[in-house]
Design a protein around this ligand. Structure first.
Ligand code: XUL
Ligand code: CO
Length: 445
């Protein structure tokens, strides 16, 4: 548990460390389910869930959208821009992390430090801010879940970063990735993320997709080699997303990223960071993309949020749907946990949610939703008939001819002969509703 941290001033006056008050509480600034030290199976809730707060949405976002400017004027923004503004934001962030009681945080290089076209200035700014962040980590016990570089906001990256058709831009992207890797190692980060912001295309007419993908693989290989050379031992993570901002993004979904990593021999060092809203944008459920990644041995971490069922874009809402969190935690528990990854709230409060307290309530709700998902998923796996039912469904492959088939001991002609001997198969129900009822039954416990 981290120690509350107050910088030069308190940015969240009137809000103390968020307590656990249990299901009977009506206090909006208390946890109803998330009880960090409560044991679920072999671990505490905090150990299972490994929550992280993201720096960009929570401390850099102001509610602006394509139709209007920001609606929020947080107290740390009043300090202004430049390094003084960045320092105020850092103090506000550590005050927030520690009052909320999360163990981890995540950042992009230019969330933390002011960007600059001049490389020496950019590097000086980032080093300065990393030094301050390190001191605040040491003072509070906060840890870094992952760092990353923002290779999508600056206009120079409009045609991509590592997949840019202009080598000069590819090289410029290396400035940020090298520095973000240095920063992640300096802060003891457990993972390093690549979200391929503009790695994709707007039109195939002007795009050599094969060449761009080869460049992306080359760039990631160089980043991997540099990271390992400076002592980074964590996972590199690719974050799938099918579109937005580009019409088509190369890291489309878990299956696409798995193929890419294996094709280029990167699957020993890279895993996937699955974001709920990205999975739904690609036409899958969150649970589906998690399961595809887990089955490939590549589920590394999670960006916990949700989309809106009626909107087709990346709304980055805080997770609140218990069906989603149960489904996600089933996948996580079945694979034996998420470490060294975690659950990062890559989510933003709505443009209309303008009070600092809203930031707390959003995270409290997300943490409670995942804590309940954990409790229910654990109970379903440990106490309910679920796993037995599923095993039974495949029992015909556990022995005899079914096992011989699965082991590769039969050929197609032999299979044909077995079918003739056995006659028409008996119909067997899939019983989907039986499983759905079980989820509801356990959610209501
Ligand atoms: C964008 C997104 C990013 C990554 C980090 O959709 O999810 O915030 O998580 O670059
Ligand atoms: Co994300």
């Amino acid at each position: 548990m981290s120690t509350p941290f107050i910088g030069n001033q308190a940015y969240f006056p009137g809000i103390d460390a968020i307590p656990f008050e249990g299901r009977g509480s009506d206090n909006p600034l208390a946890f109803k389910v998330y009880d960090a030290g409560k044991r679920i199976g072999d671990r505490t809730m905090a150990e299972h869930l490994r929550f992280a707060v993201c720096y960009w949405h929570s401390f850099c976002g102001n509610g602006s959208d394509p139709f209007g400017p920001g609606t929020r004027a947080y107290p740390w923004d009043a300090v202004g821009g430049g390094l003084a503004g960045a320092e105020a934001k850092l103090d506000a962030a550590f005050e927030f992390f520690t009052k909320l009681g999360v163990p981890y945080w995540c950042f992009h290089d230019i969330d933390l430090a002011p960007d600059a076209d001049d490389i020496a200035t950019y590097e000086r700014n980032l080093k300065h801010m990393v030094g301050l962040a390190k001191a605040r980590q040491e003072a509070t016990g906060m840890k870094l879940l992952w760092g990353t570089a923002n290779l999508f906001s600056h206009p120079r990256y409009m045609n991509g970063a590592s997949t840019n058709p202009d080598f000069a831009v590819v090289a410029r992207a290396a400035v940020q990735v090298k520095n973000a890797l240095d920063a992640t190692v300096e802060l003891g980060g457990a993972n390093y993320v690549f979200w391929g912001g503009r790695e994709g295309y707007a039109s195939l007419h002007n795009t050599d997709m094969k060449r761009e993908l080869a460049h992306m693989a080359r760039f990631l290989t160089m980043a991997r080699d540099y990271g390992r050379s400076i002592g980074f031992e964590g996972n590199f993570l690719i974050e799938p997303k099918p579109m937005e901002p580009m019409k088509h993004q190369y890291d489309f979904d878990s299956a696409t990223c798995t193929g890419f990593l294996r094709e280029h021999g990167l699957d020993g060092d890279f895993k996937l960071n699955i974001e709920a809203n990205h999975a739904t944008l690609s036409g899958h459920s969150f649970e589906h993309d998690l399961q595809v990644a887990a089955d490939a041995g590549l589920l590394g971490s999670i960006d916990a949020n949700r989309g809106n069922p009626q909107n087709g874009w990346d709304t980055d809402q805080f997770p609140s749907d218990l069906y989603d969190t149960v489904g996600a935690m089933m996948v996580v528990l079945r694979q034996g946990g998420l470490a060294p990854g975690g659950l990062n709230f890559d989510a933003k409060v709505r443009r209309e949610s303008t009070d600092p307290a809203d930031l707390f309530m959003a995270h409290i709700g997300g943490m409670d939703a995942f804590a309940r998902g954990l409790e229910v998923a654990h109970a379903l796996l440990a106490d309910s008939p679920w796993e037995g039912w599923r095993r039974e469904r495949y029992a015909s492959f556990d022995a005899g001819e079914g096992k011989a088939f699965a082991d590769g001991a039969l050929d197609l002609a032999a299979l044909r002969d077995l079918a003739e001997k056995a006659g028409e198969p008996t119909q067997r129900s899939g019983r989907q509703e039986q499983y759905e009822n079980l989820v509801n039954q356990y959610l209501q416990r």
